[in-house]
Design a protein around this ligand. Structure first.
Ligand code: NAD
Length: 478
């Protein structure tokens, strides 16, 4: 059984006390790898390595071009090792292998995009009429702690780590305890690509009272970028405040998917299925609340149910599998299962789906649930959608906004004015019209309300990963 260690100061190392944790494949329900289990001493060691590399190493001062070259070399190595990276995420969390391979491509794009973005970025020149000249610079901040979740292990890890690196920072990346392997592989590839020691460190361990919390408490950490549950985000925010460490929080969601009666139904059904059943709904952006205009509700539901039932469910390692017969872990399976009980349904009916074999839940559609039912209010983070009819545009907007979350929403309509009108009224960080999941990495990504604090992507990542500085210079005699 292969061992996956921390990557600290350019070396793969075990924990200082030798502790390990089993890495369980949720489909086979067997341990498939052993991983270093870090604690505070390992976190401190990783931060010290990153601190030293920032303060004394060549990384922050070598220039955008050299960093860009190294990052593209890393991206090349990721492409060469795409199968190993994808299989790591598939075995760690049961994601269908075709989707894990897609995630690898997106992760490679994260590396290349942020490398190029930093190099091509421009600051503002501010001509003054007082005999002075002002301009902006973007200075690296120092050590960035990147804490990522288990649902897109490689993709969300690289989304946080790469802008930090591109802007000249050093990083300690703590992947989720359930999905550690692709991060160690990335650390190995960074060494192979020629990254200086201490620039990209990978720290394994749990969150509370473990490697995660030790990282957030460390005063040598200059930024914390976190993706995970809203509750965890609040804890991290409170801890970070003690050191005045800025945080970027990408948190939970309860996405509304609104289908108007003039929508292209084939397209709307296709995306309604993708929105909640891709990665078995273990997606912050999942379209877990489906609102369909009454005139088309019945026809839509017939098609939607048929499409959900047609998904090929099976072994995530099999390229023919569209929907995994395993949620990410036993603990997560228990959580999702809890939402199929009468208490959470609040009177709602299961139209199709329910429990599957092992730790799996089949594509599940719930109807007739009241808007205050737990299945409507809470993030289930599984393949469970709640469908509700609506009558008017105003009602659809009100229903969609009736949530403490605000990560994203979808609108399906062929009416251009309505699309813009509704998009403007939705309290969501991203609104997709007649599509879903499509991203431009320059666009802001983040959420309203309990879905997060701050935005990442393009210049938004630049602002978080740097200290923007104003330089004001006298150019005429006083
Ligand atoms: P989680 O909050 O349990 O864990 C996320 C990470 O934080 C893990 O690495 C974990 O070890 C670490 N952690 C936990 N407690 C910590 C603590 N006290 N201090 C420091 N680190 C700690 O989340 P999860 O279950 O891994 O992920 C699922 C959640 O992530 C869902 O709520 C989902 O919506 C959210 N998510 C959000 C986005 C987004 O972009 N907004 C993307 C994906 C997932």
């Amino acid at each position: 059984m292969e061992f996956y260690g921390h990557i600290i100061d350019g070396h793969e190392v075990p924990s200082l006390d030798g502790a390990t944790m089993p890495d369980i494949d949720p489909y086979t329900r067997e341990t498939w790898a052993t991983v270093a289990l870090g604690g505070k001493p390992d976190a401190d060691r990783a931060v010290a390595a990153a601190r030293h590399a920032f303060d004394h190493g060549p990384w922050p001062t070598m220039g955008y071009e050299k960093r860009q070259t190294l990052m593209h070399r890393l991206a090349d190595l990721m492409e060469q090792n795409a199968n190993e990276l994808a299989m790591a995420d598939t075995r760690d969390m049961g994601k269908p292998i075709t989707q894990s391979l897609h995630d690898v491509s997106r992760s490679v794009l994260n590396v290349r995009f942020f490398a190029d973005h930093a190099r091509m970025s421009t600051g503002e020149a501010l001509p003054m009429d007082t005999g002075h000249h002002a301009y902006t610079r973007f200075e690296p901040v120092g050590v960035v702690a990147a804490i990522s979740p288990w649902n897109f292990p490689l993709m969300l890890g690289t989304w946080k780590v790469m802008p930090a690196l591109a802007w000249g920072n050093t990083v300690v990346w703590k992947p989720a305890e359930d999905t550690p392997v692709s991060a160690t592989i990335m650390g190995r590839l960074a060494i192979e690509a020629g990254f200086p020691p201490g620039v990209l460190n990978v720290l394994h361990g749990y969150g509370p009272d473990s490697a995660g919390s030790a990282l957030t408490e460390n005063p040598d950490v200059d930024r914390i970028t976190f993706t995970g549950e809203s509750g965890t985000g609040k804890i991290i925010s409170a801890v970070a405040a003690r050191n005045l460490t800025p945080v970027s929080l990408e948190l939970g969601g309860k996405g509304a998917n609104i289908v108007f009666d003039d929508a292209d139904l084939d397209n709307a059904v296709h995306w309604a299925v993708e929105a909640i059943f891709r990665n078995a709904g273990q997606v912050c952006l999942a379209g877990s609340r489906l609102y369909v205009q009454r005139g088309i509700y019945e026809e839509f539901m017939v098609r939607y149910k048929a499409a959900a039932e047609a998904l090929t469910m099976g072994d995530p390692k099999d390229p023919a599998t569209q929907f995994s017969a395993a949620l990410a872990s036993e603990e997560h399976f228990s959580k999702v299962k809890g939402y199929l009980g009468t208490d959470a349904l609040g009177g709602g009916q299961i139209l199709t789906g329910g429990l599957g074999e092992g730790w799996s839940v089949r594509p599940t559609i719930i109807t007739d649930a009241p808007q205050d039912a737990r299945v409507v209010k809470e993030e289930i983070f599984g393949p469970v959608t709640v469908a509700t009819p609506f009558d008017s545009e105003a009602e659809a907007v009100a229903l969609a906004n009736d949530t403490r979350y605000g990560l994203n929403a979808m609108v399906f309509t062929e009416n251009l004015s309505r699309a813009h009108r509704v998009a403007a009224q939705l309290n969501a960080g991203t609104v997709w019209v007649n599509c879903f999941f499509i991203r431009d990495l320059r666009a802001p990504f983040g959420g309203f309300g309990d879905s997060g604090v701050g935005r990442e992507g393009g210049n938004f990542s630049r602002e978080f990963m740097t200290e923007p500085k104003a330089v004001v210079m006298q150019i005429s005699p006083a």
